[in-house]
Design a protein around this ligand. Sequence first.
Ligand SMILES: NC(=O)c1ccc[n+]([C@@H]2O[C@H](COP(=O)([O-])OP(=O)(O)OC[C@H]3O[C@@H](n4cnc5c(N)ncnc54)[C@H](O)[C@@H]3O)[C@@H](O)[C@H]2O)c1
Length: 496
Amino acid sequence: MADWWDADGRRHRKQFSSAPAAREHEHRETALAHAERASRELKLAARTGGGKRSQPKPETGTVEPAKGKLGVMIPGMGAVATTFVAGVEAIRKGLAKPIGSLTQMGTVRLGKRTDGRSPKVKEFVPLAGLDDLVFTGWDIFEDNMYDAASHAGVLDQRLLDQLKPFLSSVTPRSAVFDHNYVKKIDGPNVKKGKSKMDLAEQLRDDIREFKKSSGASRLITMWCGSTESYIEPTEAHQSLKAFEKALRENDEMIAPSMIYAYASLMEGVPFANGAPNLTVDLPVMLLLSRKNEAPVCGKDFKTGQTLMKTVLAPAFKARLLGLSGWYSTNILGNRDGEVLDDPGSFKTKEESKLGVLEHILQPGLYPELYGNMFHKVRINYYPPRGDNKEGWDNIDIFGWLGYPMQIKVDFLCRDSILAAPIVLDLVLFLDLAQRCSELKGLGIQEWLSFYFKSPMTVPGLYPEHDLFIQLMKLKNTLRHLKGEELITHLGLEYYD
Ligand SMILES: NC(=O)c1ccc[n+]([C@@H]2O[C@H](COP(=O)([O-])OP(=O)(O)OC[C@H]3O[C@@H](n4cnc5c(N)ncnc54)[C@H](O)[C@@H]3O)[C@@H](O)[C@H]2O)c1
């Protein structure tokens, strides 16, 4: 038995005298259905570009090619910095793969889903190659990168030994440091100067010297130094005049990281902030960044627990599940953990970690779901674990009719293993920004929010924390720069 339609479109059940006749009819119907489907697909292809790929528009602005060496300057040659630099060298030598790096392994879809175009990010936009990276750093300790990496204990000693000649050649410049801002550590390799302005001048000399001696055509500064004590912006941070006066007068509200940021931006060098310190998140730095076309981004690398938070919280909001509490605690035993054991440094980190849920869940818009949530974050210094942090989350949610449920997350992660690819991507993307006519004068590079716990935005604009919105923003920025269609995921044209 099979169906048939009369000339007026009415459907009838067709009767067959024998099974073979019914089967033959089925075959004919199936062939007809295939032909109709093929014809529909041809029509769809015609509507979405005549069967051809969608055509890119002209590129937006200009992007200078990545010619010559890119100098990476790192204040803070600790666990993250050494894992990053050793990793780059291991990848260059073919000893390992750049897992976790969007610039090295990621792709970007272009045009329609039917176009089949998904080049690698690094082939789509002109990024510096890993072979072009050269490094320097500053630290309060005198250890070169090999010794510092061995001390950090993140990477296998056998791997470090294979990279020893290269890592030993990266030695720290003397640091601008103030013990009052990082109470748990102290070291001998520290600059002396009459004033904070004098120290800034010494850093500017370092930057010029490195550019000359390394032969780099472009530079980037990447703060991987310790988390400084919590402070809030004051008058001294509002304008260049006020800031420079404060530098000359040794104002205690100017933290060492700000002196590095000032020196970099004055030299026209982009600055990324991997810690939760204010550093470049200040009116004076934004002014300088725009004026000198030295892009900035920050703050606080989004690596373990907060990465998970910015994946799970959007899921709860998407399904309108309520949240009554989120308790997060960590144990870690590296130097970062020791520094964060100080209440001043912990407060800076806590502020950076706490903002995430408020911004994603928007309790103002959804008071019944998120108006009463309790959010707590703890970090406990526990030496036996070293860099291998364990982060626990207990999440109390509620669903239909208010019935409560719980989710537990236990993330046994490796802090610096998660941070290193972020550092690499930020180096390469910030360098792209400084070569791009449309991005270099913007100051804050919000499209790099994807990498940060507490993304910087222009004053008055709330940050996007949802990891997938951040990823879409990043990839759409790349498409926009290259004159490709932005991807909205609307997709109605496939069904029209
Ligand atoms: N590893 C992660 O997953 C992660 C995630 C987010 C943020 N961070 C932040 O990144 C930073 C680095 O983390 P880490 O694990 O490498 O810490 P670390 O303690 O191993 O390294 C920090 C280094 O900075 C140096 N330092 C401190 N003040 C300095 C100054 N003024 N000038 C020059 N050097 C200075 C210290 O001596 C130390 O060697 C920390 O602020 C940390 O909070 C790390």
